[in-house]
Design a protein around this ligand. Structure first.
Ligand SMILES: [Zn+2]
Length: 270
């Protein structure tokens, strides 16, 4: 694992909707230690839901990840190289390669370690345990976590596809969020940890998505409960961002403080 944090801002300058290809990772060799981010959580929160890159391109940058699709048409879970789309109606499908992505984080998962977790009664307890792992290994790196198990309770949300003109994300979720609760469901939690200094580009701390083992249920994780699970983690020291030259995106005021709106859309808390 490289100790240096390299920040590469790869703004696409070609005149296509999918301007952002930058250098492509083969998935082999040394480029596996990069968090690849499409746009900003801040642009998504402010209502920029147009796709910036295709699913087929996103897959060249990672085999694990989270995100959403054009028009916030469901929650994205990338697991073992497959991109799943957990739709607002509670169903899950494999995302088509030409589906586009307004916001996502992916990397290639290489396990750096694992931790056994037991008697986790809610999502905050999970955050606490995983944050202890991060403190031990370096809180200023990025982490992806893959945690498989059987979950006594699993509460996820998705949302219905938005049409233009797009509302801000908190407004869209007020009317179009859908929630699903499952008991004793086997599956995998995919989690991203962003360091504190990512405030402004993403959300600091933890962001969890879930997909069931049979790939029929999933979404953005709101809460869970489980007796026992193993969390594998991948500490990642490099970061690359993919932006777009689209005029609407260029007009956005992305330094605007939308942290309250982000907290609301991430956790359902006001
Ligand atoms: Zn999410």
């Amino acid at each position: 694992m490289k100790k240096l944090l390299a920040i590469a801002l790869a703004a696409g300058m070609m005149l296509s909707a999918t301007a952002c290809s930058s250098q492509k990772n083969s998935g082999e060799g040394k480029d596996r230690e990069t968090i690849y981010q499409v746009a900003l959580l801040q642009s998504l929160t402010q209502g920029y839901y147009d796709g910036i890159i295709k699913v087929s391109e996103l897959k060249e940058h990672g085999d694990i990840g989270i995100g959403t699709f054009e028009g916030v048409n469901g929650e994205m879970i990338v697991l073992d190289g497959t991109v799943y789309q957990a739709l607002g109606d509670g169903t899950v499908q494999k995302a088509a390669d030409d589906e586009t992505v307004p916001f996502s984080n992916v990397t290639f998962f290489d396990k750096d370690g694992s931790v056994e977790l037991s008697d986790i009664s809610n999502v905050n307890a999970l955050k606490e345990k995983l944050s202890a792992v991060v403190e031990e290994n370096g809180k200023n790196l990025f982490y992806f976590v893959k945690m498989s198990g059987t979950f006594e309770k699993m509460n996820v949300r998705s949302e219905l596809k938005q049409e233009k003109p797009y509302k801000t994300l908190d407004k869209a979720l007020e009317t179009d969020q859908t929630e699903f609760s499952y008991d004793n469901i086997s599956g995998t939690v995919v989690a991203l940890y962003c360091p504190d200094y990512m405030n402004g580009l993403n959300t600091p701390g933890w962001h969890f998505h879930f997909i069931s083992d049979d790939k029929t249920k999933g979404g953005h994780l709101l809460d869970l409960k489980f007796a026992k699970a193993t969390a594998e983690y991948d500490a990642t020291p490099e970061f690359e961002m993919c932006l777009t030259d689209n005029g609407d995106f260029q007009k956005m005021e992305l330094s605007k403080d939308v942290s309250d709106a982000i907290k609301k859309v991430e956790t359902n808390e006001d």
